[in-house]
Design a protein around this ligand. Structure first.
Ligand SMILES: [Zn+2]
Length: 174
């Protein structure tokens, strides 16, 4: 299996709740979970956003405005303080399928400071983006179970195949 490279853009907010070391550690651990699919990390790009405090929460209208301004290379992970979405998820992934009405957010993940097990959460959301699928799994121990826990980190061969194929086809792995 050829190793595919994943180059993430990590968006940090000046004055935000996430410290640089936490962001880097979370991203590194998340990519380590995806290594089971033959994915290796390129050194991520840290993008520091010095913007109004209202942009530090995930909220579709303001986050679209922010993404339009920043235009980060994707896949991009925004380390937000919280969310103003209803329902309020601790993290959200926006792939191709769920970005038609909000194209600026395509191939991005938004993770809140309150997320429990942030590395597993980030790996789960990145898998949604790379697979371009919102599907979940009932398999014990699977990363794509609805509930993210440190014990749920495995991906099946079929999930890895889809992740690699869609990720490469969408220009997110190379
Ligand atoms: Zn999910």
């Amino acid at each position: 299996m050829r190793t595919l490279l994943l180059l993430l853009t990590l968006v940090q907010f000046e004055g935000g709740a996430w410290q640089t070391a936490e962001i880097e550690a979370t991203a590194a651990q998340a990519v380590k979970i995806l290594a089971q699919c033959g994915i290796a990390p390129e050194k991520p790009e840290l993008l520091r956003a010095d913007v109004d405090a209202r942009f530090r929460d995930f909220h579709t209208p303001t986050s679209r405005e922010l993404a339009r301004q920043l235009q980060p290379r994707t896949p991009a992970v925004y380390f937000v303080d919280g969310t103003r979405q209803d329902p309020a998820f601790e993290a959200e992934a926006i792939g191709r399928g769920n970005s038609r009405s909000r194209p600026e957010l395509r191939d991005t993940v938004w993770i809140t400071r309150g997320a429990r097990d942030p590395a597993v959460v980030l790996a789960h959301e990145l898998a949604h983006v790379l697979m371009d699928s919102g599907e979940h799994s009932d398999e014990p121990g699977n990363l794509m179970r609805d509930e993210t826990t440190p014990q749920n980190t495995r991906l099946s061969p079929a999930q890895c195949a889809r992740l690699r194929e869609r990720g490469a086809a969408n220009g997110l792995l190379f």
